[in-house]
Design a protein around this ligand. Structure first.
Ligand code: NOJ
Ligand code: CA
Length: 598
């Protein structure tokens, strides 16, 4: 398992020129341009489906990712929960998102932050109940917000009823066939079948004590399912219907590329499988890796599509598929999941040309798949973008985090300035935008969590060589002071640093120049300008990214360190205050113009 190819780990504005209140500015702009906006919105709906009742609602949706254990704690036990989310629906409404994606809320021992699922059709008792889910879905729907849930099909947890059964059953039994289990090497099967290492570090095989070994591409508590088993396939269809019947609008599919293993992984002869060195060297022809991105995986998603299409509107899905770009198209096709994450911006440095290339490449792929593109700057697996951009290009994030996150010292103000500019740029792109809780506050990564509070298996399995992802999962600050900064009435399950209060939601809401007010204004402006999924590049200097969307929406980002002339048009919003006729360094501006240049 070449960790390098699927690194799941880590690896401050305001206002448009003429007013101090961006939300008001967006409103004023809307009013001034109501006719244009209405026309553009109509065109967008017709072309791309921003209409929540349309089957294509997701194509240009703004989706807000909630990591439930760290969003809001309703009962003060330190762990975020469904009641907490319900109490904050207002925040989501005010922010103006179209959908919420809930990271796993299923029963779990949290060996991997909930991505180790004990039961796919239940709610973790510490997070709430199925009734709470129904209430949450109902509240969100009443507010016009769709709901996407996380499905984790590659592996169950080791507490799942099936795995317990497999452990108790005999080699060769049906219970063992649900997992990727094979005999160990040597006469008594005492040696692991291969020397493969898991993505979180350490061996990928664990003994069952009778000569059989099970594969876990992630933590030992996450045994891989055997998708050649019909019962496994049928059970997931049941799970999809279970949630769709409850009104859930879509599914985010965890590590969608890994489900199918070559038959030889389970039943091949000893020595017939590649070594870890061979896996790491790569060079497999498309579809021929023993467990990554095999062609047969698409049969599964075609059968899922049939289920999605039983509903009206059809349920949507988005694949987390770590595959080469040209292989992503199939996951995203309308016959399969319909959309696939593009993580390229998560890995793109602060370089205008790199952004342009990522945009071009992904729009071309989306066209090929007839899907809409996706844009992601932060999520629960990556160093937050306000922190990435606070570091010089080329910084090795894994080493930087491991060494305490101080060398080089992050330039916090610059990180936030660039983060806001990148966000505004991404929100202007055709396709859907996935936001991660806390980024609307400009929240940086927490880099100094002491080893004794860390939860991420990456930290433990790498022997501390990787610090892991806890730093982007620290509970959200809602109030400037008080117990857990308003996250709940008890102390948070991951400690929040003293400076968290500066980013508190209430404080930012009261400050017209805050990042939160900037996000609110940006999402409102996006809604009014939303246009068909087309982009036309504008001629621009090498450190500028400038493009137009249909209907006169123009986005210009100055990646450079000196100001550039402000193009013609009405300023709708800017990621930094504008003075005079310049776009300041590291700033994005949206303009509305009736004069298209191309
Ligand atoms: C991807 C998820 O985003 C990550 O958090 C998780 O650790 C792995 N898949 C394994 O489920
Ligand atoms: Ca709680």
């Amino acid at each position: 398992m070449p960790v390098d190819s699927v690194s799941v780990v880590t690896s401050v504005l305001e206002t448009p020129a003429d007013t101090n209140d961006q939300a008001d500015a967006a409103d004023a702009a809307d009013a001034a341009d109501a006719a244009d906006a209405a026309e553009a919105a109509e065109a967008a709906e017709a072309a791309s489906g921003s209409d929540p009742t349309a089957s294509t609602w997701w194509r240009q949706a703004v989706v807000y990712q909630i990591y439930p254990r760290s969003f809001a704690d309703g009962n003060g036990d330190g762990v975020g929960d469904l009641r907490g989310i319900i109490s904050r629906v207002d925040h989501l409404r005010r922010l103006g998102v179209d959908a919420v994606w809930l990271s796993p809320f299923y029963p779990s021992a949290l060996a991997d932050g909930g991505y180790d699922v004990d039961d796919y059709r239940a709610v973790a008792p510490e997070l709430g109940s199925l009734d709470d889910i129904d209430t949450l879905v109902g509240e969100l729907h009443r507010t016009g917000i769709k709901v996407i849930v996380d499905i984790v099909p590659n592996h169950t947890s080791n507490r799942h009823a099936w795995f317990r059964e497999a452990v108790a059953a005999a080699p060769g039994s049906a219970a063992r066939r649900r997992y990727v289990i094979r005999r160990g090497r040597g006469a008594d099967g005492a040696e692991p079948p291969t020397d493969w290492t898991s993505y979180f570090g350490g061996p990928a095989w664990e003994p069952l004590g009778d000569g059989d070994w099970y594969l876990h591409l992630f933590a030992p508590e996450q045994p891989d399912l055997n998708w050649a088993d019909e019962e496994v396939r049928a059970d997931f269809l049941k799970t999809l219907r279970f949630w769709a019947d409850r009104g859930v609008d879509g599914f985010r599919v965890d590590v969608a590329q890994l489900l199918v293993k070559d038959a030889s992984v389970i039943s091949g002869l000893d020595g017939s499988l590649p070594t870890q060195a061979q896996l790491s060297a790569g060079g497999f022809a498309d579809g021929e890796h023993p467990f990554q991105d095999r062609d047969e995986v698409h049969d599964i998603y075609r059968s899922w599509r049939a289920v999605f299409n039983e509903y009206d509107p059809p349920r949507m899905a988005v694949a987390e598929a770590w595959v080469p770009a040209h292989r992503r198209v199939r996951f995203a096709s309308a016959e399969e999941l319909g959309q696939a994450f593009n993580f390229d911006l998560l890995q793109t440095e602060w370089v205008a040309g790199a952004f342009r290339k990522v945009i071009d490449d992904n729009l071309a792929l989306a066209r090929e798949a007839e899907a809409s593109s996706t844009w992601v700057l932060s999520n629960h697996d990556m160093v937050r973008h306000a922190t990435r951009y606070a570091l010089p290009n080329g910084t090795d994030l894994v080493a930087w985090l491991r060494d305490g996150g101080t060398d080089p010292a992050p330039d916090v103000a610059r990180g936030l300035r660039r983060a806001r500019a990148a966000t505004l740029l991404a929100l202007a792109l055709p396709g859907s935008a996935y936001l991660y809780q806390g980024e609307e506050l400009g929240l940086p990564e927490v880099t100094d969590l002491p080893a004794e509070v860390l939860q991420d298996p990456t930290f433990f399995r790498s022997g501390g060589a990787e610090k892991g992802r806890d730093g982007c999962r620290v509970p959200i600050p809602w109030r400037e002071s008080g117990e857990s900064f308003g996250f709940g009435s008890g102390s948070a399950h991951l400690p929040q640093p003293a400076w968290f209060g500066r980013y508190a939601m209430e404080r930012e809401l009261a400050d017209p120049a805050s990042t939160l007010r900037f996000y609110i204004a940006a999402l409102a402006a996006r809604r009014s300008l939303l246009a068909a999924e087309e982009l036309t590049w504008r001629e621009s200097p090498s450190d500028v990214v400038a493009f137009e969307r249909p209907g006169g929406w123009v986005s210009v980002t100055n990646f450079g360190e000196t100001g550039i002339p402000l193009p013609e048009g009405r300023v709708v919003i800017a990621s930094e205050p504008l003075t005079g006729d310049e776009i300041p360094p590291e700033t994005t501006v949206w303009l509305h113009t009736t004069k298209a240049s191309a």
